[in-house]
Every structure is written in structure tokens, then in C-alpha cells.
Design a protein around this ligand. Structure first.
Ligand code: ARG
Length: 398
């Protein structure tokens, strides 16, 4: 009996081979490509999926949903896994899983398949999300089962006339979307090897890149304009990407701890995320009270880990996101940044909601700070340390 199956289809070697492999195992494959910002030629992709044996091919553009529903919450959380990785791949997986479930509902499919292997985080993110959103769905991960090497896959594609462009010397495994590009494999697997220039496609070489200044404006925690030009979320990310990428900003070389226990060496390019997170965080420093900033930092880390670990569709992620959202009302204003030699440096910030007050902070004329109040404050503030020191001295004399 044939079973209907929705496959997350990237158009690459793995998932093209997967279509045929699934067909041979009795599935009717609906190849589904979800566009979260990786520019692709959809006509080539559609042809390839049909040639590999798909009964239907769907292309769904979810860039806007991705930006508003996933990237802006991550930006408001200043979310960086291990303090470095802006989570581009991790953020896209739950949205993809949800879209696949939607197609499965529409087409009455019993099964959903994805191209993840058995070694990474992505299998966890897909499987957990699908099982949560659509209980009872059969989940198939061909690459986790078949044990084919890249050479085997190329031979398989040739044998069955699947038109793929892959060659044996494809140097890296890449995943890309609006928020960043993840690169792994090949020479990068030796963490001692410096990343070759060839693994970067979105960023200029920082040593020779142009130096730039850029201004980013935010309203209630969401970026709304770059250099004074108001932009919707997707074009704004594209502009941030172009400006920061040209300055060589956003290259990350990380010894990463995967959820499944493996340490792996990952290269990321995330120019838009690097620029926007730096700007957003700076505006928080200007507009949010000290205690809130300190407490939010812990919530941010938990949010990043929760996303990385594939727990998007959980009450924990919802609660963390609600906390973060509740802090953003005041995060309005502009940040001026210098992009040079691959680094982002904040050089100015202003906000109608700034907590900074010149009259309180100044050492010049117009000082409104009550210096006598400081004396009383210090007296009380130092009470316990004085009492402790006194007790220690008395003990040693007893
Ligand atoms: N290690 C990253 C993560 O788990 C990215 C994995 C992306 N996959 C790839 N084929 N490069 O989020």
C-alpha cells in the first residue's frame, strides 16, 4: 500500500536521492521546499524533484513569518548559543516542521521526511517539533537510515537518472537562511586548520574589506530603519546583510557543543545578525534599568539554549519569549556603529526613552546629582561589609 509522505526538500543531493529512495520504499512523495531566505532557482528545483520521482512539488515562501515570528524574538533575546552562534539553522527548523505538518494536513499524508543525519541537532529539532505538532505522524529520516556516503549518493543519482549537480569534491556541508550560513565538514573537521577563504560566501575578507558607518533604528525592540531608510523586516535584514557583509562582519569559528554530545567545529557567516544584535543590545543598555538587564541576560542564555536544543514548541520557550517581549517597549531609538576589519563597534546611541541623563551624569556645569545623598547611600550600602570585618577582628582577638 502506498503511503503519502511530505518531504522537506532542499533541492540538493541528499534530498533528491531521498525522493527516489522513499519512492522505492512505497511512499508517494510530496517534495516541499520552504523558502526562509536561501535564494534558489525554484524551476530547476521543481524539475529535479519530479525527475527524482515526486508526485507533487510545493514551494512555500515563509521569509516574512521567519523574520517576524522567529528572528525578531531571537534578536530581542540577543540570542547567541555559546555566546557566539546566532542560531540561524536552529531557528528555521521549527518553522519548517510546522510548514511540513501543514502540507501533511492538506494532503492527508501519514508521513513526514527530512534530510537530517543521525549525528546532528537538526534531526532532534525536526522530530521533536513534528511529534509535538502532529502526533501519530510517521517520521522518516532517510539519511539517518541508509548509511550512504556522498560518493554512494552520487552513484545512486547517476544510476536512476536524478539530475543533480553535486560533485565528489564539494568541499563543505552548508545550510543557509536569512539569519546566517552554517558551514561544516571537509578540511574544517580538523579544528587546527584555519578556515579557508573558500568557506565564506557572504562576507568580504576582513583584512581588505571596506570600513563603514551605519545607523540602525529600532521601535519597541524591532529594527525599523537602516541609515534613515525605513524597511520591512525581510528587506531590512537584506540591507544589514549587505552592509555588514561588505565590511567582513559576521564570521564565526566555533567549537560547538551539539545536543547529541558531539563537539564539532562550525563556521558561520551571519553579517545581518552580528550587526543587528550589537545594535539592539546597545540600545537596551541605554534604555533598560540595570537590574532588568542583569536578570534578562540569564533569560537570554536559557532562550538560546532552548532554541538550540529543539524545544521551540514548548511552554518554556513561550514563557521565555513572553518575558523578553515584556522588556522591549522602551527599546526605541538609534544606534550608530562602525564596521571595520570584520568587527562591529558601537560609536553612538540615542533614544527618546533613554535612562541616561546628561544632567545626572555630567562632571561639568548643570550637575543635578545630589552629592550629599551619595554619602548617606554609601553609609548604608557598606553596613554589612563593615560589620563582617568587625566580627572577624573581634574573633581573632578573643
Ligand atoms: N551546528 C549548527 C546547528 O546545529 C548548524 C548545522 C547546519 N547544518 C549544515 N549542514 N551545515 O544549528
Amino acid at each position: 500500500m502506498t503511503k503519502r509522505l511530505v518531504l522537506a526538500y532542499s533541492g540538493g543531493l541528499d534530498t533528491s536521492v531521498a525522493i527516489h529512495w522513499l519512492t522505492e520504499r512505497g511512499y508517494e512523495v510530496i517534495a516541499t521546499t520552504i523558502d526562509v531566505g536561501e535564494a534558489k532557482d525554484t524551476s530547476v528545483l521543481t524539475q529535479r524533484a519530479f525527475a527524482a520521482g515526486a508526485i507533487d512539488v510545493r514551494v512555500i515562501d515563509l521569509k516574512e513569518e521567519f523574520a517576524q515570528g522567529y528572528l525578531w524574538p531571537a534578536l530581542q533575546a540577543n540570542a547567541l548559543y555559546q555566546g557566539r552562534y546566532p542560531l540561524a539553522t536552529a531557528l528555521a527548523r521549527p518553522l519548517l516542521a510546522q510548514a511540513l505538518c501543514g502540507v501533511a494536513d492538506e494532503t492527508g499524508a501519514q508521513a513526514i521526511a527530512h534530510g537530517s543525519t543521525g549525528k546532528g541537532n537538526d534531526q532532534v529539532r525536526f522530530d521533536v517539533a513534528i511529534a509535538t505538532l502532529r502526533p501519530g505522524t510517521e517520521i522518516v529520516a532517510p539519511a539517518r537510515e541508509w548509511g550512504l556516503t556522498r560518493a554512494d549518493e552520487i552513484a545512486y543519482a547517476a544510476e536512476f537518472g536524478i539530475p543533480v549537480q553535486a560533485t565528489l569534491d564539494a568541499p563543505f556541508s552548508v545550510d543557509a537562511n536569512l539569519w546566517g550560513r552554517s558551514v561544516e565538514g571537509g578540511v574544517l573537521e580538523d579544528p587546527w586548520n584555519a578556515p579557508p577563504e573558500a568557506c565564506y560566501e557572504w562576507t568580504a575578507n576582513p583584512e581588505t574589506a571596506e570600513v563603514k558607518e551605519v545607523t540602525v533604528a529600532f521601535e519597541a525592540g524591532a529594527p525599523v530603519a537602516i541609515d534613515g531608510i525605513a524597511l520591512r523586516p525581510v528587506p531590512l535584514i537584506a540591507e544589514a546583510h549587505a552592509v555588514a557583509g561588505a565590511a567582513g562582519v559576521g564570521r564565526i569559528d566555533l567549537m560547538e557543543d551539539r545536543l547529541v554530545g558531539i563537539k564539532s567545529r562550525e563556521i558561520y557567516e551571519a553579517p545581518a545578525a552580528a550587526l543587528l544584535i550589537a545594535a539592539h543590545q546597545e540600545l537596551e543598555f541605554l534604555t533598560l534599568p540595570r537590574e532588568l538587564l542583569q536578570h534578562k541576560a540569564g533569560i537570554e542564555q536559557t532562550f538560546a539554549q532552548t532554541v538550540y536544543n529543539g524545544l521551540w514548541f514548548t511552554p518554556l520557550r513561550e514563557a521565555l519569549q513572553a518575558y523578553i517581549a515584556s522588556t522591549q517597549q522602551a527599546v526605541t531609538g538609534e544606534v550608530k556603529l562602525k564596521l571595520a576589519h570584520g568587527k562591529v563597534t558601537v560609536i553612538g546611541r540615542k533614544s527618546p526613552q533613554a535612562i541616561y541623563s546628561h544632567d545626572l551624569a555630567t562632571y561639568g556645569t548643570g550637575d543635578l546629582f545630589d552629592h550629599q545623598a551619595a554619602v548617606g547611600f554609601i553609609k548604608l550600602y557598606g553596613l554589612q561589609s563593615q560589620a563582617y570585618a568587625k566580627a572577624q577582628t573581634e574573633k581573632s582577638h578573643a
